[in-house]
Design a protein around this ligand. Structure first.
Ligand SMILES: [Zn+2]
Length: 302
């Protein structure tokens, strides 16, 4: 049962969800089975949408990523087609820095597909995020005023990655790129785990640095520093990592509702993302609280 008022309207925009074509999902799940954790929701993309809606998520940011050159174009096309069928989705594109003409991929993402931003995953790419190969990419995203979700914290460090996560990610590397691209709208997932404090320090310095809460309210990662969350709550976003999580989907929402005051919950669940993505309503129909189920199940999952 939810803490507090069951019927309270608390719309949720999930800033971190993954949707892949079926074959790629299967490959990712096999990889996680071997190197990561046991994914609880091995469900196809269509069901990810309904699963999220069943716990009150009204809008969701679609993130995917390329692990090798040459696959981004098809992946972005798939994202575009999928998001067209689902107006509640805010699509992000991806690329590999060694793709043929990465800047033209960005151009297509923003000007043909209308994507809100780009997702890159340092651990999966195995390239340090402060490597100059990324600089023209960061520059273009900054210039376009789009958002970059960059998995650049060192956690979780899984055995299957080609490089040690400390060799490709970390707060000191993010600090380098923020100095070089100070207007880049950057989201760091997992509140910067394993370096919560260092990333909150960076947020104090850099007004365009945001973080999402993904996997940090599930007692799966170490508990995040709630005082710093309260202080920097205007640039924090709820994210779930659905469907690639090992625990029940509603846990994090319930813990945020338990551990943080109501005004901060509203910012993290809803209003901050609207400010960042400059959105007011869902294409074609107004966002309203009626679409929310009203309460979360305590333990509804697979
Ligand atoms: Zn993720």
């Amino acid at each position: 049962m939810l803490e507090g008022d069951r019927s309270r309207c608390m719309p949720i925009l999930d800033c971190h969800t993954h949707f892949f074509p079926e074959g790629l999902f299967q490959a990712i799940w096999r990889w996680f089975d071997e190197y990561g954790w046991n994914i609880r929701y091995k469900i196809p993309a269509e069901e990810v949408v309904t699963q999220l809606q069943s716990i009150g998520v009204q809008r969701m940011v679609l993130l995917n990523y390329a692990h090798k050159p040459g696959m981004s174009l098809a992946l972005n096309q798939w994202t575009y087609a999928f998001a067209k069928k689902h107006p509640e989705i805010l699509p992000f594109g991806t690329l590999h820095p060694h793709d043929d003409k990465p800047l033209s991929i960005l151009h297509q993402c923003f000007h043909e597909f209308g994507f809100y931003g780009i997702k890159l995953h340092a651990h999966v790419l195995g390239i340090a995020i402060d490597d100059p190969v990324f600089f023209p990419i960061y520059e273009k995203i900054e210039e376009e005023g789009k958002v970059l979700t960059l998995h650049a914290g060192t956690g979780p460090s899984l055995k299957g990655y080609s490089k040690k996560t400390t060799h490709v990610a970390g707060a000191h590397r993010v600090s380098i790129l923020l100095k070089r691209f100070p207007r880049l709208k950057l989201i760091i997932p997992h509140l910067g785990a394993d370096e919560y404090e260092a990333f909150f320090d960076l947020m104090e310095e850099h007004p365009h640095l945001w973080m999402d809460t993904t996997m940090t309210f599930a007692d799966y990662f170490p508990r995040p520093p709630l005082e710093r969350i309260s202080k920097l709550a205007d640039r924090l976003l709820y994210g779930s990592d659905t469907p690639n999580i090992p625990y029940e989907l509603g846990i994090e929402i319930r813990n945020i509702q338990k551990w943080l005051p109501h005004d901060i919950q509203e910012k993290i669940f809803w209003t901050n993302a609207h400010r960042l993505f400059e959105i007011t309503e869902v294409k074609g129909h107004r966002v309203s609280c009626e679409r929310q189920s009203g309460s979360l199940p305590d333990n509804k999952g697979q």
